[in-house]
Design a protein around this ligand. Structure first.
Ligand SMILES: Cc1ncc(COP(=O)(O)O)c(C=O)c1O
Length: 413
C-alpha cells in the first residue's frame, strides 16, 4: 500500500453477521449497515453525536459501573453535551455542570430540586421576568413561600437578605447584574450570610458572563447561566447550565434531569462548544465596547441616567468591582419618557431592535414595552422600571460605529 492508498471503510454489520449478511434482504441490510468506528479516530473538536441510544455488547456491560463507560440514551447523557459540561465546569472550578435545554430550565431545575412545599425562598428583585413568573406562578402554586428583597431599595442588601431568613428558608437566589436595571447585589456579603445560616445560594451570572465572574470560587452553591447569551454568544442557540459546588447536589440534579427530560440537544451543544472556544476574545471585546459606550451615553445631554456596573457613577459599582473582572455588555439608560425611548430605537440602523442579549451583534429593547411589560407580567409583578429606560446589549462591532448609530438617532429626538 502506498501512502495514498486509503483503506475502504468497513461495514460493522457485515463483520458481525458473517456469511448470513448476504442473505438478508436489501432493506434489512440498509437498516443494519453502519461504518465500523475507527478506533484511532481522535477528532480535534468533539463531534455531534445524534444517536438517541448506544449499543451494549452484553447485558453485563449495561449493568457495570457507569454502564461500562458507555452512554445509554440521549435524555440521560450524550458525549457532545458532556463536552460542554466539562468545559464550563473547568471555567467555574465546580464539582460538575449540567446542561439544560434553556436557561429557564436550568433555573427551574434548581428551584424544583432544592425547594418543596412549606419551604421558603429568598429572591432578589428586580430579576429576569421568566424567573419571577416561575416563582410567582409555579413555586407558589406548589406551596413555596417567597420573599423578594429589592436590590435597588435596600442599601444593605446582604443585611436585608439576612433579615428575611426564616427557619424554613432553603434557597437564596440572586443575579450578578439585575435584568433589566443592571443593579448589582453585594454578592460577597450575601455569600457570607448564606454560609452563616447554612442555606444554599444560587447565582444567575448570565449578565456578567462566566468569563468575568465565577461565583463558586467566591463561595456560592450554584452558578447558573442562560447559555443563550454569553456562552453561545452568536444568537443561535437556546440552552442553560447549572454548575455546582457539591457533587451530591450534582447527583440530585442529574437524577432529576433524567426524570424531567430537560437535557440539551447535541446540535445546540455543538454551537456552545464553538462559542466557548473564543469566549475570552469576544467577551473582552464586548466588555470594552460597553465601557466606552456607557461613558459616551453618560456624557450625552439627552440621556438622564446610565446604569452600567463599570461606571463609577453606578450605585453599586464597588460591589461589581469586588467580584467581576470586567462588566460585560449590558447597559440600561434612561431617556426620560417611553416616547423618547421608542423613537430612539426606531431611528437606529446598526443596533437591532430585539429581545435577548449577549451575542456578537448589538441589540436594544424597551423593557416596559417588551420583556418586562404588561404583555409578559401580571400587574403585581411589574418591576419598578422607569418608562424611559432602555436595555442595551452591546456587541462586537467597531465601537465608533455603535456610538455613531446612537448619535444619529439622538439627533432625531
Ligand atoms: C438573567 C437571565 N437568566 C435566565 C434567562 C433565561 O434564559 P433562556 O432564555 O435561555 O431560557 C434569561 C433570559 O433572558 C436572563 O436574562
Amino acid at each position: 500500500m502506498t501512502k495514498f492508498d486509503w483503506p475502504v471503510g468497513s461495514n460493522e454489520a457485515e463483520e458481525r453477521f458473517g456469511e448470513r449478511f448476504e442473505n438478508l434482504h436489501l432493506d434489512t441490510r440498509i437498516s443494519a449497515s453502519h461504518a465500523k468506528p475507527l478506533v484511532n479516530a481522535d477528532p480535534v473538536v468533539v463531534p455531534i453525536y445524534h444517536s438517541t441510544t448506544y449499543r451494549f455488547k452484553t447485558v453485563g456491560q449495561f449493568n457495570a459501573p457507569n454502564h461500562g463507560s458507555n452512554f445509554v440514551y440521549r435524555r440521560c447523557g450524550n458525549p457532545t453535551t458532556e463536552n460542554v459540561e466539562v468545559v464550563i465546569n473547568e471555567i467555574e472550578s465546580g464539582q460538575g455542570s449540567l446542561l439544560y435545554n434553556s436557561g429557564l430550565a436550568a433555573i427551574s431545575a434548581v428551584f424544583l430540586e432544592f425547594l418543596g412545599t412549606g419551604d421558603h425562598l429568598i429572591a432578589m428583585t428586580p430579576i429576569f421576568s421568566g424567573t419571577s413568573s416561575f416563582i410567582n406562578e409555579t413555586l407558589r402554586r406548589f406551596g413555596v413561600e417567597v420573599t423578594f428583597v429589592d436590590v435597588e431599595k435596600e442599601e444593605d442588601f446582604a443585611g436585608a437578605v439576612e433579615k428575611a431568613i426564616q427557619s424554613n428558608t432553603k434557597l437564596i437566589l440572586v443575579e450578578t447584574i439585575a435584568n433589566p436595571t443592571m443593579a448589582v447585589p453585594n454578592l460577597l456579603g450575601t455569600i457570607e450570610v448564606a454560609k452563616k445560616h447554612n442555606i444554599r445560594l444560587a447565582v444567575d451570572a448570565t449578565f456578567s458572563s462566566p468569563y468575568n465572574i465565577q461565583p463558586l470560587k467566591l463561595g456560592a452553591s450554584f452558578s447558573i447561566h442562560s447559555c443563550s447569551k454569553y456562552i453561545g454568544g452568536h444568537t443561535d442557540v437556546i440552552a442553560g447550565v447549572v454548575t455546582v459546588s457539591s457533587y451530591d447536589d450534582w447527583k440530585r440534579l442529574k437524577l432529576q434531569q433524567l426524570t424531567t427530560g430537560s437535557s440539551c440537544s447535541p446540535h445546540d451543544a455543538a454551537l456552545l462548544t464553538r462559542g466557548l472556544k473564543t469566549l475570552g476574545l469576544w467577551v473582552d471585546r464586548i466588555s470594552s465596547n460597553a465601557q466606552k459606550t456607557a461613558e459616551f451615553l453618560e456624557s450625552h445631554p439627552k440621556v438622564h441616567r446610565v446604569y452600567y456596573p463599570g461606571l463609577e457613577s453606578h450605585p453599586q459599582h464597588k460591589y461589581a468591582k469586588q467580584t467581576m473582572k470586567k462588566f460585560a455588555g449590558m447597559i440600561a439608560f434612561d431617556v426620560g419618557t417611553a416616547d423618547n425611548a421608542i423613537k430612539l430605537i426606531e431611528n437606529l440602523k446598526l443596533i437591532d431592535h430585539a429581545v435577548s442579549l449577549g451575542g456578537t451583534e448589538s441589540l436594544i429593547e424597551h423593557p416596559l414595552s417588551l420583556t418586562h411589560g404588561k404583555q409578559m407580567l401580571h400587574d403585581d409583578e411589574l418591576p419598578p422600571v422607569a418608562p424611559g429606560l432602555l436595555r442595551f446589549s452591546v456587541g462586537i462591532e467597531n465601537v465608533a460605529d455603535i456610538i455613531d448609530d446612537l448619535n444619529v438617532a439622538f439627533d432625531k429626538l
